[in-house]
Design a protein around this ligand. Structure first.
Ligand code: SF4
Ligand code: SF3
Length: 543
């Protein structure tokens, strides 16, 4: 196996025997094989669009299959086998439709004629024999740019899938996914690949916009909400991942059953959505970021439902309480299918002890997405003009296990009291429960939401730039971002596509970015690694 797509990749180079995330060699090969097969489907889908053949089932499936390969989503080889076979079936059916419509498929890519082996073992052999990354390009810089595109596509596909689940789709997004996945099977020049990476970021803004419309259109705009970090007595269910519709279904199906629903990880911001928070049995938040789940989840006395990434190997002590749904999967863990009947998880929760005591661990505030923040824009603008607010920091992104991530805790603690911090995604769990006070009644720490709510943060930055009649780069705003998986990769590409410069990125730079490609990014965007200490970086930022 050779996988270097995430920040915790082995030795900062690649996982070659087993994933640090727990991914087996077999699953790594199957993910490669699925990506290869999807490229074939995308070549046909792109050719189809030229003759008016567009198949929404193919569009949706493509996004799902690409999302399935994102870090910490699915570890179940059986499901990858099914996806690989379905990809090839769809490819052949679509090929027939395209040819019948007079289209031609002008490609000699191996992905176009790939035939899956009959057996599971045969598929695994095909996956490892593929040496997928090396097939992208012999030139390591071009290979690097193709990897950036492909990993960006995983994040983009994730957001497009979430948006589609809430009824928000745009054919331009699917068309671009097909185009990009097909394009990286061809020989491309460095400049064209850089442009493809930036286009990936640009299209991702559209995907996040669709998701924002899906979330706010269905559940209302988030409002400032206090979320308890303790618990109350009673049976309980913990919901983690990113999927608001799954949470809504769980809340509806548990109503009146004497079950309290708690959020975990990236579900925390859901407490701010009016149509979710209205449920009386939707109580509080349990635990911190994904990498602590093996330590924290054994202490949760109820069922645990994963709606998306990040899943880690469930320890035996709580594995039978774990349920997966959507694209997330783990071998031998009960998977709730597309009917979204959460009955098995509810029955499990009812059979467990639940919490027997009441514990008050304080609370945190959520609900500071674009609508709330822009609702007090005049106060913020006044604060900047009167110098009550010196600087804004966007301090967020993914969390992870590396000790170097303490930088982000230190940064939150040391940012001076006349500066505001916008945060989002699971990186916030390093400082989410710190009382950082307020400036003129506005909390200094504003939780914008999940990683996809980077869209909301961008809207806030653009609105502030408009109010000050300057560009986003001219605002007193610094981006200090932590990354782990490929949603963060595509968000970074989105920020680049907007021309945002001087982003600090940590805890380490991606292994799949070569020195030459990094030079291009530094030259154009002055992206830089976080420094040794937050103290020094703060001095530099604030002058
Ligand atoms: Fe390694 Fe990350 Fe790939 Fe898992 S996803 S195998 S940890 S590089
Ligand atoms: Fe976190 Fe996995 Fe990236 Fe949605 S939950 S940000 S790491």
């Amino acid at each position: 196996m050779f996988c270097n797509q995430c920040e915790q990749t082995a030795k900062g180079i690649a996982c070659t025997k087993i994933g640090v995330c727990g991914k087996t060699e077999a699953v790594a090969g199957l993910e490669d094989l699925l990506t290869h097969a999807v490229q074939g489907l995308c070549i046909v889908a792109e050719a189809g669009r030229k003759v008016g053949v567009v198949d929404n089932a193919v569009d949706r499936f493509t996004a799902e299959a690409i999302f399935a390969c994102l870090t910490n989503v699915d570890f179940d080889p059986k499901r990858f086998e099914d996806w690989i076979r379905k990809t090839v079936t769809l490819r052949e059916e679509l090929k027939a439709k395209v040819e019948a419509a007079g289209g031609s498929i002008d490609s000699t890519a191996a992905a176009l004629t790939f035939t899956p082996a009959d057996s599971s073992a045969g598929l695994e052999e095909q996956g490892s024999a593929l040496n997928f990354i090396t097939t992208l390009d012999a030139n390591e810089d071009l290979q690097s740019l193709k990897q950036i595109t492909m990993y960006g596509m995983r994040g983009l596909a994730a957001y497009a899938d979430h948006a589609a689940i809430l009824g928000q789709e745009d054919d331009e997004v699917y068309a671009f996914i097909h185009h990009a996945m097909a394009a990286i099977t061809t020989d491309m020049e460095l400049g064209d690949l850089v442009a493809l990476c930036l286009k990936t970021g640009e299209v991702n803004i559209r995907a996040m916009e669709l998701l924002d419309a899906g979330n706010t259109g269905t559940y209302g705009h988030p409002v400032p909400t206090s979320v308890p970090l303790g618990h109350i007595p009673g049976k309980c269910i913990l919901v983690t991942g990113h999927d608001l519709k799954d949470l809504d279904s769980i809340l509806q199906q548990t109503a009146g059953k004497g079950i309290t629903v708690y959020t975990h990880g990236e579900m925390l911001p859901c407490h701010g959505y009016p149509e979710l928070k209205k449920h009386k049995h939707f109580y509080g938040h349990f635990g911190t970021a994904w990498q602590n789940q093996q330590k924290e989840m054994p202490k949760f006395p109820g069922a645990i439902i994963f709606t998306t990434n990040c899943i880690q190997k469930p320890a035996d002590s709580y594995k039978d309480a774990v349920f997966t749904t959507g694209l997330v999967g783990w071998p031998d863990v009960t998977h709730i299918g597309d009917d979204k009947d959460f009955g098995p998880a509810i029955n499990k929760a009812l059979s467990m002890d639940g919490f027997t005591d009441e514990v008050d661990n304080g609370s945190v505030m959520v609900g500071f997405a674009r609508n709330t923040v822009l609702g007090v824009a005049d106060k913020i603008i006044e604060g900047v003009k009167s110098k009550a607010i010196r600087h804004f920091f966007l301090l967020g992104g993914c969390d992870g296990a590396k000790p170097g991530r303490n930088y982000f805790t230190q940064m939150a603690e040391e940012i001076p009291s006349d500066c505001m911090i916008l945060t989002l995604a699971c990186g916030k769990f390093r400082f989410f429960d710190k009382d950082l006070g307020d400036i003129g009644g506005i909390p200094r720490l504003l939780d914008v939401g999940q990683c996809n709510d980077a869209y909301s943060a961008i809207q806030i930055a653009v609105a502030l730039a408009g109010a000050f009649e300057c560009g986003v780069n001219d605002l007193p705003l610094s981006f200090v971002l932590s990354w782990y998986e490929q949603k963060a990769v595509v968000i970074l590409l989105s920020l680049f596509s907007l021309g945002i410069k001087d982003i600090r990125l940590g805890p380490s730079l991606p292994a799949f970015v070569t020195p030459n490609v990094l030079d291009v990014l530094v030259e154009n965007f002055n992206v830089m690694p976080i420094g040794e200490t937050a103290t020094d970086d703060l001095k530099t930022i604030l002058g």
